[in-house]
Design a binder for this molecule. Structure first.
Ligand code: BES
Ligand code: ZN
Ligand code: ZN
Length: 497
């Protein structure tokens, strides 16, 4: 999809026009109104008069135009409640409507969507990002291309003096939106095909395309490094594990990097602690953290951000089988600590342990891991927010701010030392299961904390938002959660420099 910034709208344009209104606005308060033909103006005015359209949030009406194209009347709700969160949804809503109406090109008035506390650049970025992700559909596996209409272009109308900032925002937004869609593709590919090997290949391709270094460690290399945790989880699967290392050097040579660690379980059956029928649905999405890291590093490279970033993705499949790891097994992790396996379904934290140890060699300025780690986090926060767990208050603040702007919302859960009791091992050093059935998301984070060295660290549990939900105006399936947040976090670190 192209997003074009335009400063002139031809009078009597026959394009599809999007007219946005706040509650209590008059038809004329939308500058595009005057571009309508008289007959069209009358129809719109009648809608307002008859209370057929009152510009409430989520409200939309579509009218045919004389000639070709359509008129979209979009409600923005109360003017004083207008904010970036709502703009995100409006951008998506408009694209979804246009897709349903098979409108290939439409024109939107940027000036009417401005937000007091948000820069034009950031708003333009959000509109572009969300238009691109709303235009996405996972169609690779359909023989009959149903419902495959895609919008070709969105014209963003602005006044001339806004041009450079809006252009910049749109450019970044398209890049980031496209990478969110890349992460969604990786997630949506069925588990039978998206193996650790394929995930590693996809990372390698991404590195070639976007010019960052990719190293893939195979089983033998991991054995040399004594990554007993990753190797332990992977034992039950016929698919070999891989450890994906991505290095983007946009900063100075000696600048310490930010390290992202993504859980790459390409399918999670639960292992010998096999998941029940319903629990296994969607477990091809258990590599969503890894996908987010691959796509975020790609976006950061495409944006040529002047910073060093490393992405680490342990990629394994969690299968039951005669060679599989067992409850009661004691795995020696790369850190030297012994992991007591109490449940083979809590595999994500085990593979992340070795990745968090591997991260030490970079002397990172911060490490953020991102993982579909626990159903418990989903129980706690639902599907609209990821859990954020970190012992570092400053990092927590920075991530929360980046999250709010990015649209990948997070909410903090505590990591008090009192919780440490939960994951003490009986025969090993650390147990991979909490002692009580409560606070499972926190127990997961407390486990990870045992493998942290002296770098600032935060853990994102993305189990809740890994799939899209109805109200988000996004295609069913993987959401690409985390890509926008990780990129925004890196950008915010640049501002500080
Ligand atoms: N991948 C799952 C977590 C998950 C569940 C993600 C549902 C998304 C949706 C993870 O590996 C897992 O199975 N966790 C267990 C942990 C438990 C055994 C301590 C869980 O959440 O039940
Ligand atoms: Zn599991
Ligand atoms: Zn899992």
């Amino acid at each position: 999809m192209k997003i074009l910034v335009i400063t002139k709208l031809p009078r009597q344009s026959k394009d599809s026009l999007v007219l946005v209104y706040f509650v209590k606005d008059k038809p004329l308060s939308q500058p595009f109104f005057k571009f309508l033909k008289n007959s069209e103006k009358k129809i719109v005015e009648q809608y307002f008069k008859d209370k057929n359209f009152s510009a409430e949030k989520n409200e939309a009406k579509i009218l045919p135009r004389v000639g070709r194209g359509k008129i979209f009347l979009i409600g923005l709700g109360d003017r004083d409640k207008w904010n970036l969160r709502r703009a995100v949804l409006v951008a998506r809503q408009i694209v979804v409507l246009a897709k349903n109406e098979k409108v290939a090109q439409l024109t939107l008035n940027f000036e009417s969507l401005k937000i007091k506390e948000v820069s034009n650049e950031r708003l333009a970025q959000a509109l572009a990002e969300n238009a691109v992700i709303a235009n996405y559909e996972f169609n690779q596996y359909r023989t009959k291309q149903k419902n495959n209409f895609k919008i070709k272009a969105v014209n963003l109308f602005i006044e001339k003096n806004n041009q450079p900032a809006v252009q910049r925002g749109v450019k970044s937004g398209v890049i980031i939106g496209e990478q969110v869609n890349v992460a969604r593709d990786l997630g949506n590919i069925p588990g039978g095909e998206m193996t650790p090997k394929l995930l590693a290949e996809k990372a390698r391709e991404a590195g070639k395309q976007n010019k960052f270094k990719v190293k893939i460690l195979d089983e033998a290399a991991m054995e040399k490094l004594k990554m007993g945790a990753i190797l332990g989880v992977s034992k039950g699967s016929a698919e070999k594990p891989f450890f994906i290392i991505m290095e983007y050097n946009g900063g100075a040579k000696n600048d310490k990097p930010i390290v992202f660690v993504g859980k790459g379980v390409t399918f999670d059956t639960g292992g010998l602690n096999l998941k029940p029928e319903k629990g296994m649905n969607d477990m091809h999405l258990d590599m969503s953290g890894g996908a987010a890291v691959i796509a975020a590093v790609s976006a950061i490279a495409k944006l040529k951000l002047k910073i060093n970033v490393v992405g680490l993705v342990p990629a394994v499949e969690n299968m039951p089988g005669s060679a599989g790891y067992r409850p009661g097994d004691l795995l020696k992790s790369m850190s030297g600590k012994i992991i007591e396996v109490l449940n083979t379904d809590a595999e994500g934290r085990i593979i992340l342990a070795d990745a968090l140890t591997y991260a030490v060699r970079y002397k990172p300025i911060a490490v953020i891991d991102i993982a579909t780690l626990t159903g418990a986090c989903m129980v706690a926060l639902g599907t609209q927010a990821s859990g954020l767990m970190t012992p570092d208050e400053k990092l927590q603040q920075q991530i929360m701010e980046a999250a709010e702007i990015s649209g990948d919302y997070v909410w903090p859960l505590p990591m008090w030392e009192e919780y440490e009791e939960e994951i003490k091992g009986t025969f090993g050093d650390v147990a991979n299961l909490g002692k009580t059935p409560y606070g499972g998301a926190i127990a997961g984070a407390m486990f990870l904390k045992q493998f942290i060295s002296d770098y600032p660290w935060a853990h994102l549990d993305i189990a809740g938002p890994m799939k899209t939900v109805e109200s988000q105006y996004l295609a069913k399936g993987a959401s690409g959660v985390g890509v926008r947040l990780l990129v925004e976090f890196v950008k915010s670190q640049l501002v500080k420099k």
